[in-house]
Design a protein around this ligand. Structure first.
Ligand code: AMP
Ligand code: MG
Length: 419
């Protein structure tokens, strides 16, 4: 019997030479050069794509001073104390400006969005006016400029309306439309191949024999990749067989920018995965001081980046969010968004031993007094996928933390924005 070479595992009592999460992220980032290829894309198709060039505004938005209210456009020089009378000399509708001129003691009826006549500088809401034929009486105080939306107050001609590296969100589509822009340049879509490894894995639709399980990682990976708007290449389940693994990895490296595998990098099955990866490219096996989620293999096979994620279903997701997501974003030219975290009271006691950074799955909720708090999802085993499904945030516990009693402040990272 061949001797097993110890490999990093989630079950290791302690890691020597382990990498911190930040150090691992930095190492990955240092090996990634953003893709430069781009394509022209019709506006609606640009949702979720990464902007390749700054968008310089060709126009002022709004293009004219216009009214923010239904009411009357007046001259501030006519404003008098308490109440004063003005003669209405016309009407301005949105899209149909008032064409005449306005002199002292005159005003025009104006609708929201209509151009403010050049002689006027202030809008009075219709609720503050009493009308008698074509004479109005204005009540109350009206600071100069009230309810006027100024030319260029949203975007000025020549302003950078959106910066390169931005992921296009629905508001951006509207902003670009408001500038009259029909097409933009976006970075080309990444192509990501992924597969699961393990003799025990069956695909849905197949019958399970004793000891076999359905492959769930390919589904979580599919979902996480789709959220990043990449093209996915699902290469199925590959049994723990050297030739099949080699063949699949080679094929993936020829067809994709990135290869992601799950399983097969922990104790027991790593020997030949390591051997194949060493033969095909440069891939390192990393021990990372985190839980769940160790170990991680990262490197390059031909021109493709390779991520070997752990097999446990929660570990796959946590390592994906912490390492693969920032790496793919950098590769596709996206400016890295800030990771939003905040502190909130946890109603549960938290168990943890010092040594590793932990991502516990948790639920942000409102208590009976309407105060936002957090509770853990229950069992935190790395195989309990329901904990990810039930959770809406991670509780972040640093290496030094050795647990905390109920009702302590903890740091959370909401899933919103992460997934
Ligand atoms: P491994 O990293 O291959 O040793 O797998 C660790 C644990 O995760 C084992 O219990 C595997 O059965 C499980 N596992 C591995 N791959 C998958 C998968 N694709 N879907 C669900 N569970 C998996
Ligand atoms: Mg396995």
């Amino acid at each position: 019997m061949s001797e097993l070479i110890p490999q990093p595992s989630c079950a290791d009592p302690e890691d020597k030479n382990r990498l911190s999460i930040d150090a691992a992220r930095q190492r990955i980032a240092s090996l990634i050069t953003p893709l430069t290829a781009w394509q022209r894309c019709p506006l609606r198709d640009a949702l979720d794509r990464i902007l390749h060039d700054d968008i310089i505004s060709p126009i002022n938005v709004p293009a004219h001073n216009n009214s923010a209210m239904d009411g009357y456009a007046i001259r501030s020089s006519d404003i008098a104390n308490d109440s004063f009378n003005l003669k209405q000399v016309g009407i301005a509708f949105a899209g149909q400006p008032f064409e005449g001129t306005i002199t002292t003691g005159e005003c025009v009826r104006i609708m929201t969005g209509a151009v403010v006549p050049s002689e006027c500088d202030t809008i009075v809401m219709q609720e503050q006016v009493s009308v008698d034929d074509n004479m109005i009486t204005v009540h109350g105080k009206h600071p100069k400029g009230n309810h006027v939306r100024y030319i260029g107050e949203d975007v000025k001609t020549g302003d950078i309306a959106l910066s390169a590296g931005r992921r296009i969100v629905p508001a951006d589509l509207g902003l670009l439309a408001s500038l009259g822009i029909a097409e933009i340049n976006v970075t080309r879509r990444l192509r990501v191949a992924f597969f699961s490894t393990g003799d025990e894995l069956k695909s849905i639709g197949e019958t399970l024999a004793t000891g076999q399980i359905y492959d769930s990682n390919r589904y979580t990976l599919y979902g996480m990749l789709k959220r990043l708007d990449v093209d996915v290449l699902d290469m199925g389940v590959v049994p723990d067989q050297k030739d099949l693994l080699r063949q699949t990895i080679l094929q993936a490296s020829q067809q994709a920018d990135v290869i992601i595998t799950s399983g097969g990098v922990s104790v027991g099955d790593a020997d030949y995965v390591k051997e194949i990866l060493a033969e095909l490219g440069q891939v390192d096996f990393w021990r990372i001081a985190m839980r769940p989620g160790r170990p991680l293999a990262f490197g390059q096979i031909d021109n493709a980046l390779f991520f070997g994620l752990p097999g446990n279903p929660v570990s796959v997701m946590v390592t994906f969010y912490q390492f693969v997501t920032p790496a793919l974003r950098k590769l596709m030219g996206e400016t890295e968004p800030d990771v939003i975290t905040f502190q909130v009271t946890c109603t549960d006691a938290i168990r943890k031993r010092p040594g590793r950074f932990e991502y516990q799955r948790a639920i942000l909720f409102k208590d009976d007094d309407g105060i936002t708090k957090v509770k853990i999802t229950g069992g935190q085993g790395s195989g309990i996928l329901r904990s990810m499904s039930a959770a809406n945030c991670f509780i972040l516990l640093d290496e030094k933390c050795d647990g905390s009693p109920a009702n302590s402040l903890v740091t959370v990272q909401p899933f919103s924005g992460l997934i």
